[in-house]
Design a protein around this ligand. Structure first.
Ligand SMILES: NC(=O)c1ccc[n+]([C@@H]2O[C@H](COP(=O)([O-])OP(=O)(O)OC[C@H]3O[C@@H](n4cnc5c(N)ncnc54)[C@H](O)[C@@H]3O)[C@@H](O)[C@H]2O)c1
Ligand SMILES: O=C(O)C[C@H](O)C(=O)O
Ligand SMILES: [Mn+2]
Length: 596
């Protein structure tokens, strides 16, 4: 966000800034600061002579070299992460120029998986605030806190908010979760060119149930258990209402909410404001993109797929919904399509007898009793980590364990013979050789996507899946994985991470000034991503490489703008979507700064 004393302007025919700031005030504004790249005349006019070394380097190049050297010197991934955000606080342009140049290397540092470590350590490595902290203990202050960023009604395009109940697969991290909002926004800019000065990261601090935080003297958030129920809903409402009032054009992105709140919030607001839930819809769409290519390569038809999802939370059910919709497009009725999806969670295969304990969006997938009556049940052992984190599912698990037992993943896979196996369980190693072998024995090209993040939580590694299936598995993962060499073929592993989709979706929605984020816009994004992958040749990736994210995101954004126009959801007048997206995209280049 630009400070109040700075305006975006045109300087000598080029987009630049006009500012009343002088001296250190200029250098300490990360939006304005160019360090050694201030020209001699800018230095004179802005009062910078004497405050900078004498050499003038008007290009970014030498600064990029210096910054990359410093980055390389940072001894650990977390130290690299901290270095990058310090750089951001010093010079936003240089940060994004560096990130974009080394995108494949730095995305995992700035974003997932290292952002997970940074979130766990937030209270210990905190140096300076970024983003907006909203507190459930002071709900009346929501509007004032958002207004404190100092932006006018036309100055904000996008807000990413989290309540941090289910960060990646690492659980509840309270107000530390601000870093996921910040990380997601950095990807919006690096991947799609969303203007980093027109976005706001937000944490909705409703407390935390994480004992480690509650007992950490350095914890910086509200030190009490998570507030739920009416107070929670009123707080979320206060946030949305304040955004509508202060930033009427802005898109609202929800990130890493717990499974009991994510869908409810989305359903409440999706017809009122432009909004989407990244874990449900962004993930569903990027996985659809990977599946579109995988199903085509497998030679099968969508109407014939059988899908088993391990982990029926926000991501798993978001994926299930979009897979169901794809089968409906292939000609199945909604009921028949739903019947081709099996969800296995902590209580085992979700069945009709559990109906009352299931979340509303899990319920359609519960299997009828008569169908599962013959399936073997195994006793299950309490999983302490999971009991705390998913009370509803853990209660069902305990009930099943006390009764006949659970229908586990191995039994489900043996009975269903799925063509597609999806992992969103947060439980590493759950896709065993036995389970994958069972699948491979009945389908030619088993499609297996272990998606849990961060990397250590993957249900299986691509190397294992390919080895166990003699290279037949069609694999995509949530975190980045190296190529796999097997039988003389190099297998490139597509990353089915919503980072490859939501930036283009968001940019498209922003460019169109969309009033809503519709299912058609999301499908257009998924199809656009799928179309960007070259799946020809042995071992080809199912998804485009993250090295091409900028180009992929532009294609996605154009497709989203077109879909918004077709549905009459665009407020912007757009003749040429390609040109509109090109014009809107922000690039990390130094701009002239004028003293006024
Ligand atoms: N690749 C991506 O783009 C992407 C996107 C979103 C989420 N994810 C990952 O998916 C995972 C789940 O995320 P979420 O947002 O859906 O979380 P969530 O809390 O909403 O869902 C997790 C579900 O897994 C279930 N579960 C836990 N242990 C299990 C076990 N042993 N067996 C079966 N089910 C189990 C829980 O009961 C819960 O229903 C996380 O690791 C997250 O990082 C990946
Ligand atoms: O953040 C990611 O890497 C993807 C996804 O949103 C997740 O929660 O895991
Ligand atoms: Mn997420």
């Amino acid at each position: 966000m630009y400070r109040r004393h700075t305006q975006v302007t045109t300087v000598g025919g080029v987009r630049g800034f006009a500012t009343t700031a002088r001296g250190y005030e200029v250098l300490r504004d990360p939006a304005l600061n160019k360090g050694t790249a201030f020209s001699a005349s800018e230095r004179a006019a802005l009062g910078l002579d004497g405050l900078l070394p004498p050499v003038v380097t008007t290009e970014l190049e030498p600064q990029l070299e210096r910054a990359y050297g410093a980055y390389r010197m940072a001894p650990t991934d977390l130290a690299k992460h901290v270095y990058m955000w310090r750089l951001h606080d010093n010079d936003v342009t240089l940060f994004y120029a560096l990130l974009q140049r080394h995108l494949l290397e730095m995305l995992p540092i700035v974003y997932d998986p290292v952002v997970g470590e940074a979130i766990e350590r937030f209270s210990h490595v905190f140096t300076r605030p970024r983003g907006v902290f909203l507190s459930i203990d002071d709900p009346d202050s929501v509007e004032a806190r958002l207004a404190a960023v100092g932006a006018g009604p036309d100055d904000v395009d996008l807000l990413v908010a989290t309540d941090a109940e289910e960060i990646l697969g690492i659980g509840d991290w309270g107000s530390n979760g601000i870093d996921i909002s910040i990380g997601k926004l950095a990807v919006y800019t690096a991947a799609a060119g969303v203007d980093p000065h027109r976005v706001v990261p937000v944490v909705l601090d409703v407390g935390t149930d994480n004992e480690r935080l509650l007992n950490d003297p350095l914890y910086l958030g509200c030190r009490h258990a998570r507030v739920r129920g009416d107070r929670y809903d009123a707080f979320v409402e206060a946030y949305v209402a304040a955004v509508e009032k202060l930033f009427p054009n802005a898109l609202l992105h929800w990130e890493d909410f717990g499974s009991s709140n994510a869908r409810r919030i989305l359903d409440r607001y999706r017809d009122r404001v432009p909004t989407f839930n990244d874990d449900m819809q962004g993930t569903g769409a990027i996985v659809t993109a990977g599946l579109l290519n995988a199903v085509a390569l497998s030679g099968g038809s969508w109407a014939d797929q059988r899908v088993v999802v391990l982990g029926g939370g926000t991501a798993g059910c978001g994926i299930a919904d979009q897979a169901r919709d794809q089968m409906v497009r292939a000609g199945l009725s909604e009921e028949d399509a739903t019947r081709r999806i099996w969800i296995v969670d902590l209580p085992g295969l979700l069945t009709a007898e559990m109906r009352d304990g299931l979340l509303d969006y899990q319920r359609p997938y519960a299997r009828p009793e008569e169908e599962v009556a013959e399936l073997a049940r195994t006793p299950c052992f309490p999983d302490r980590k999971a009991e705390g984190r998913w009370p509803a599912m853990a209660a069902l698990r305990a009930k099943a364990a006390a009764g006949a037992g659970v229908i586990d993943l191995a039994t489900t896979v043996a009975a269903v013979k799925p063509t597609i196996l999806i992992g969103t369980s947060t439980c590493p190693g759950m896709f065993t050789e036995e389970i994958v072998g069972t699948m491979a024995a009945s389908v030619q090209r088993p499609i297996v996507f272990p998606l849990s993040n961060p990397t250590v939580l993957h249900e299986a590694t691509p190397e294992q899946l390919l080895r166990w299936t003699g290279g037949k598995a069609l694999v995509a993962t949530g975190a980045p994985f190296d190529d796999v060499e097997l039988g003389g073929v190099t297998y490139r592993i597509g990353q089915a991470n919503n980072a490859a989709l939501y930036p283009g979706l968001g940019l498209g929605a922003v460019v169109a000034r969309a009033t809503r984020v519709s299912d058609a816009m999301i499908l257009a994004a998924a199809e656009a991503v799928a179309g960007e992958a070259d799946t020809s040749g042995p071992g080809a990736s199912l998804l485009p490489s993250n090295a091409d994210l900028r180009a992929t995101s532009s294609v996605v954004a154009v497709a989203v703008v077109r879909a918004a126009l077709e549905e009459g959801l665009a407020r912007a007048e757009i003749d040429d979507p390609v040109e509109a997206v090109r014009e809107a995209a922000w690039w990390p280049v130094y701009r002239p700064v004028e003293a006024v």
